[in-house]
Design a protein around this ligand. Structure first.
Ligand code: CP
Length: 314
């Protein structure tokens, strides 16, 4: 399978073969990142604009560093200091950025569908860095990459996603990616945050945390997305933590080789106890490291790269 897409807008529209092409290409880029000289000329002469209209630490810095490693010219757009504050629309802002000959626009926005909208009104390649509660495709790709690297496969693994599923773009992208790759995905959290409608995506839903974690190979924790909740979805953070937080007592009831993941930012003492976030079974920082190789692979592929076989020559 070779890659032919101009944009990366979501995981829902990707085939399993396309996802595997990204993961294999990322593996080749991870090897590049382990060399003394980590830079390749693949995007030399190309301009990337990082259009982050919503806060980000991991995704924004990961994209910036991977663009540098691919030798692109980079513009980091600051929403706070921009004319968006004067009422300019996203379309006009993006068209002005494109008029500067942007080849790629990496967009994070609170509005679901904004990357898809830009892909219709611009000629640049668009990469979704998180749109509202809809999708966060590069997070799902780096999660799948990390699971595959640590467990040797994704197919047949039991993956539990525990937390605020309803408002989570990571949950949606992870569900698409992991089910397409053959994992058995279980969702768990308060019933207000895990509606049964997610079963239509091919997942199991349970509200019993012990049932959700007992047989899991991977436990992927999600924070409460307060910024997207329009009303209180549970009585208190203390109650959430005691009913659904991953603590030492619950960890003791997991399989000894179960691994813990979290896309970040983590809220220590709420969805995850501090000791567990930092324990040897936590992959949280490995996920961040792998994000670099995965995002290099995505930019390489949307720039016309066809797959891992071309990375050595990049
Ligand atoms: N995982 C993730 O998207 O983190 P940031 O919001 O810090 O980019």
């Amino acid at each position: 399978m070779s890659w032919t897409r101009k944009h990366l807008l979501d995981i829902e529209s990707l085939s399993a073969d396309e996802i595997l092409t990204v993961l294999d290409t990322a593996r080749a880029f991870k090897a590049v990142g382990e060399r003394a000289i980590k830079k390749v000329p693949a995007l030399r002469g190309k301009t990337v604009i990082n259009l982050f209209v919503e806060p980000s630490t991991r995704t924004r810095i990961s994209f910036e560093l991977c663009e540098q490693r691919l030798s692109a010219d980079i513009i980091n757009f600051s929403a706070e200091a921009s004319s968006l504050k004067k009422g300019e629309t996203l379309k006009d802002t993006a068209r002005n950025l494109e008029a500067l000959n942007a080849d790629f626009i990496v967009i994070r926005h609170s509005a679901s569908g904004s990357p898809h909208f830009l892909s219709r009104v611009l000629n640049s390649s668009i990469i979704n860095a998180g749109d509202g509660a809809h999708e966060h495709p590069t997070q799902a790709l780096l999660d799948a990459f990390t699971i595959r690297e640590r467990k040797g496969r994704v197919e047949g693994l039991k993956v539990t996603i525990l937390g605020d599923i309803l408002y989570s773009r990571v949950a949606r992208s992870d569900i698409w990616a992991l089910t397409k790759l053959g994992a058995e995905v279980t969702l768990c959290g308060p019933s207000t945050l895990v509606p049964r409608t997610f079963e239509k995506m091919g997942c199991r839903v349970t509200y019993n945390v012990d049932d959700a974690i007992r047989d899991a190979d991977i436990i992927n924790l999600l924070r409460i997305q307060h910024e997207r909740q329009r009303k209180s979805m549970f009585p208190s953070l203390n109650e959430y933590s005691s009913l659904f937080g991953l603590n030492a007592a619950r960890m003791a009831r997991t399989k000894p080789d179960a691994l813990i993941m979290h896309p970040g930012p983590i809220n220590r003492g709420v969805e995850i106890d501090s000791d567990i976030a930092d324990c040897s079974r936590s992959l949280i920082l490995e996920q961040v490291t792998n994000g670099l190789a995965v995002r290099m692979a995505v930019l390489f592929l949307v720039n016309g790269g066809r797959g891992p076989q071309e990375v050595a020559a990049a």
